[in-house]
Ligand binder design. Structure first.
Ligand SMILES: [Zn+2]
Ligand SMILES: [Zn+2]
Ligand SMILES: [Zn+2]
Length: 417
């Protein structure tokens, strides 16, 4: 909804119905009071019979937007129709602009087709409007709409079954499928980490997990593609896709590291030695690297030919890096010590000391600190965060008489006279 339209709707008091239990809102003042009461009774009656919500609204001005745009926004803002089935109809009349719109919710589009709405407009409403008989035209149009609803009570309920009104349901399904895909991806990460910690990873498990993730992801994509292009939750699908791809990649890495393999000499299945048992196959410095956490060594041992392969996995998050002298990852630099602070006139100097915990090799590095930039101290000293509250926007659930739907997609008919 455009901000300008929201503001103008707010100003004219049209943005929310004054009374959500009422179905007729004559903001333009063209319906006589007794006619209004009869129309209200008609709408209430058909709603009790079929649950379909018919709203009749007249406005003094369209605030510079098209009648289609105005109707769609009003429909959405008020949430006309029952939630999930979107069986609402809005008859919007702008007498001053001589514009009319019959806006039909998704749930009723198979019943009140564009063609039928056009017929109701041309045969029932516009002839009376041309005589400037607004109440009569509205009444005739409402009668025709109500007749159609009463003659098709099942379709008037907007029950999910067929037709474009399933879009909201399909959208929900797609979001649920995407949610499940995200959950599966997170589960995959957790299980991978668990399997890695226990150093167990079977091929069967890897294939089963990959298959399950691909199936779930496929369901999420297909449900999303069933939606109209404009309504596809791309952001959700995209984040789910990134998460699924990321966790599959992580899964693949764990499998490559811990998955079963054969001896490089004789082909007998290798055994991965535990952290205690592998120490006898490592030298003193390698054990030191494992102890300080800079490198993790895996030792694969062949029970048949007693051959052992050692693999090094560098921990890039460790504080230790490669020593320039002994080449082991046992070198660490200390914090930066400032010798001379930088000013706006002169540059400063700092020193960083490094030492290898294995060979005791020491390094000294000097860093020139750049001159401080002259900053004009303006008034921008700390901005406070304004407390922002979430605006409601959620329509009340369709408890008997309030609006709850509001999903329409250009179905209906509009015209002028
Ligand atoms: Zn072997
Ligand atoms: Zn180890
Ligand atoms: Zn060293």
């Amino acid at each position: 909804m455009s901000p300008a339209l929201v503001i103008s709707l707010l100003l004219t008091g049209v943005v929310q119905p004054l009374d959500t239990t009422r179905r007729v809102h004559d903001f333009a003042g063209v319906i006589p009071a007794d006619e209004g009461r009869q129309l209200e009774a008609l709408c209430q009656e058909v709603e009790q019979q079929t649950t379909a919500q018919v709203a009749i609204v007249t406005v003094p001005s369209l605030d510079g937007v098209t009648v289609e745009e105005y109707a769609t926004e009003l429909f959405k803002e008020w949430g006309i129709g029952k939630r999930d089935v979107n069986n609402g109809i809005l008859l919007l009349v702008a007498p001053n602009e001589r514009r009319i719109r019959i806006e039909v919710g998704y749930g009723l589009e198979p019943l009140l087709t564009d063609g039928l709405c056009g017929e109701i407009r041309d045969q029932a409403i516009l002839p009376a409007f041309r005589q400037l008989d607004y109440a009569g035209g509205i009444r005739a149009g409402a009668d025709r709409i109500v007749d159609v609803l009463r003659a098709n009570p099942q379709a008037a309920k907007g029950y999910p079954g067929s037709g474009p009104y399933l879009l909201s349901t399909v959208r929900q399904e797609a979001l649920v499928a995407i949610g499940v895909a995200i959950a599966a991806a997170i589960l995959l990460i957790v299980v991978s980490l668990f399997a890695a910690a226990r150093r167990k990873f079977s091929t069967w498990y890897f294939v089963a997990a990959a298959f399950a993730v691909v199936v779930i992801w496929g369901i999420a994509v297909s449900l999303t593609l069933r939606l109209q292009p404009a309504r596809r939750p791309w952001v959700w699908l995209g984040s789910a896709g990134a998460l699924v791809a990321g966790s599959m990649w992580q899964h693949w890495r764990k499998y490559r590291r811990y998955g079963p393999r054969g001896c490089s000499k004789c082909g007998t299945p290798f055994e991965l030695l535990g952290e205690q048992a592998d120490d006898e196959h490592l030298n003193e410095v390698q054990r030191l690297e494992e102890k300080i956490g800079s490198v993790d060594y895996d030792v694969w041992y062949c029970p048949a030919c007693l051959h052992a392969d050692t693999e090094a996995y560098i921990n890039y998050f460790s504080n230790f890096s490669r020593c320039p002298k002994c080449q082991y990852r046992t070198f660490k630099e200390g914090p930066q010590q400032t010798i001379r602070a930088a000013t706006t006139l002169t540059s400063g100097l700092a020193r960083v000391e490094g030492r290898c915990v294995h060979c005791n090799h020491k390094t000294l590095r000097e860093i020139v600190l750049p001159r401080l930039a002259v900053v004009s101290s303006g008034g921008s000293s700390g901005s406070s965060f304004g407390s922002s509250s979430f605006g409601g926007g959620s329509s009340s659930s369709g408890g008997g008489s309030s609006f709850g739907g509001g999903s329409s997609g250009g179905g209906g008919a509009s015209g002028s006279w």
